[in-house]
Design a binder for this molecule. Structure first.
Ligand code: NAI
Length: 485
């Protein structure tokens, strides 16, 4: 059986939701219609690591419709929608005789299972090797880089030297593949032509690898397509942040004080989302430009320590580490809600929380935990009475852990960029030397165009005289690359 999902009998439910999502994903459907006959991805074997949701199912089936073969895993232990995974595994077969795509994803994986599943995307039948990675957060890319590095050097990663539970699991799984030879990581690295990366944090890792000279392939930074980060990271978050808080806690947001850490694209979406519900939003920032933006958008900007005792809801959206400490959680109000919406779970010090003397954890329901602090004094000498906080998704991205992530329409923008990125790297590789690239602006504008009609948008057209006056072609691109939207 070349898949592992929670329950194949959920496939019909998944298929019904995929059909609804297709209607809301005009960009992906236009890609199928426009490029389907040409089969631009014929021969491509894509190892995918991206939240296995209904929207991702439409992405997967678009890649397949364009000629690719795929193997898929989720990029987070909590983000899979089991009915979406089942529908992909079953394809046009039945639960008894699945005939879909190899998918290795279920909600609530352990960290070991997570890295096992990611590894499966690189093990192709008949000794074939993957030719491309489609990544979200950079874990699949990291796995191949690390595997090839160790295999070449004849070394093994040492789980005892890991800095986190996540790394310990990665080292353990990688070590066993190197010991038993299940994956020839050097051959995999050699066969891969390139990677397209979905999110800010993954892109950040790619630029770091390019800077230190370790990046093995050309990479396309999908995140910084305007039709990705200025839509998914803002409007997608505006929808899915409160969805996660509501499904997790059902607490009334209006009138509460919500603290948003980080005022980048995601932070801006969070702040809008919470303000839209009537919360009083406070922002924390380290960048003076973003802090000034937040202030001019009408938000109080403060340090976390200044507002730790007044916030009812805390959301981290920084892509940084160590944003909320255990000490700070101990100083929060009774039943303050704490969640992260950044890519990795290192924004909130969950290890420090678990190690807090006398702290007790009660799971209210999956992905919602109450942590009770005993009365006592904190390290800094503050006296606290017994009180609890509510932590969502164990500090992992709450919109996908507690809810279903962004809705289809916004993901259609992001994923159309993903498909275009895959086509570019597969059919036009010479244009992309090793390094990190963005898609050309005319493709960004094309993605936006695909989404106008279903919203009833009527676009104005420049006359030739106006176009000459602005110095742009009538049909675009309309803005220079440095324009920020
Ligand atoms: P960004 O770089 O635009 O914004 C992050 C902001 O946080 C920056 O303005 C930065 O100055 C600020 N910041 C950094 N460290 C800070 C600290 N210690 N305290 C306060 N502010 C701090 O990045 P973007 O696009 O907003 O993404 C943020 C995170 O969200 C990334 O990890 C990204 O991968 C993830 N993401 C998650 C999504 C989801 O569905 N959950 C969707 C899109 C992105």
């Amino acid at each position: 059986m070349d898949y592992r999902v929670a329950d194949l009998t959920l496939a019909d439910f998944g298929r019904r939701e995929i059909a609804l999502a297709e209607h809301e994903m005009p960009g992906l459907m236009a890609m199928r219609e426009t490029y389907g006959p040409q089969q631009p991805l014929a021969g491509a074997r894509i190892a995918g690591s991206l939240h296995m949701t209904i929207q991702t199912a439409v992405l997967i089936e678009t890649l397949v419709a364009l000629g690719a073969r795929v193997r898929w895993a989720s990029c987070n232990i909590f983000s899979t929608q089991d009915h979406a995974a089942a529908a992909i595994a079953v394809g046009d077969g039945t639960a008894e005789a699945p005939a879909g795509q190899p998918v290795f994803a279920w909600k609530g994986e352990s960290l070991d299972e997570y890295w096992w599943a990611t590894t499966q995307t690189f093990i192709w039948p008949g000794g074939e090797l993957p030719t491309m990675i489609l990544d979200d957060g950079g874990d699949a890319t990291l796995l191949v880089h690390l595997g090839a590095e160790h295999q070449k050097a004849g070394t093994l990663p040492d789980p005892a030297a890991a800095q986190s539970d996540e790394e310990r699991a990665l080292f353990g799984v990688l070590r066993s593949t190197l010991q038993d030879g299940t994956v020839d990581w050097v051959a995999v690295a050699g066969c891969i032509q390139g990677v397209t990366e979905e999110t800010t944090t993954g892109v950040h890792r790619l630029y770091q690898a390019a800077r230190d000279g370790s990046l093995l392939w050309p990479a396309i930074n999908v995140n910084d397509a305007v039709t990705k980060s200025k839509f998914d990271n803002i409007y997608g978050i505006r929808h899915s942040l409160i969805d996660g808080i509501n499904r997790g806690t059902d607490v009334l947001i209006g009138g509460k004080v919500a603290v948003v850490c980080g005022y980048g694209d995601v932070g801006k979406g969070c702040a809008q989302s919470l303000r839209g519900q009537g919360a009083r939003v406070i922002v924390t920032e380290i960048d003076p430009i973003c802090a000034l933006q937040a202030s001019m958008d009408g938000y109080q900007v403060a340090t976390l320590d200044e507002v730790i005792g007044v916030g009812d809801i805390f959301v981290t959206a920084t892509g940084c580490c160590d944003v909320i400490s255990a000490e700070q959680m101990a100083l929060m109000k009774h039943q303050a809600i704490v969640g992260n919406i950044g890519h990795f779970d290192n924004e909130i010090d969950m290890a420090g929380l678990a190690a807090w003397p006398g702290v007790r954890r009660t799971t209210v329901k999956p992905q919602v935990d109450e942590w009770v602090f005993p009365a006592g004094s904190t390290e800094s000498g503050a006296e606290v009475s017994e009180h609890a906080i509510i932590v969502l998704s164990e500090g992992r991205l709450l919109n996908l852990g507690n809810a279903t992530g962004h809705p289809s329409f916004v993901m259609s923008n992001s994923f159309t960029n993903q498909v275009l990125g895959q086509i570019e790297l597969w059919t036009n590789l010479d244009a992309y030397p090793i390094g990190v690239h963005r898609l050309p602006k005319h493709l960004d504008e094309m993605v936006a165009r695909f989404h106008l009609a279903s919203l009833g948008v009527h676009l104005s057209t420049l006359t030739q005289k106006q176009a000459d006056y602005l110095g742009v072609p009538v049909e675009g691109p309309f803005k220079p690359d440095f324009y920020r939207y």
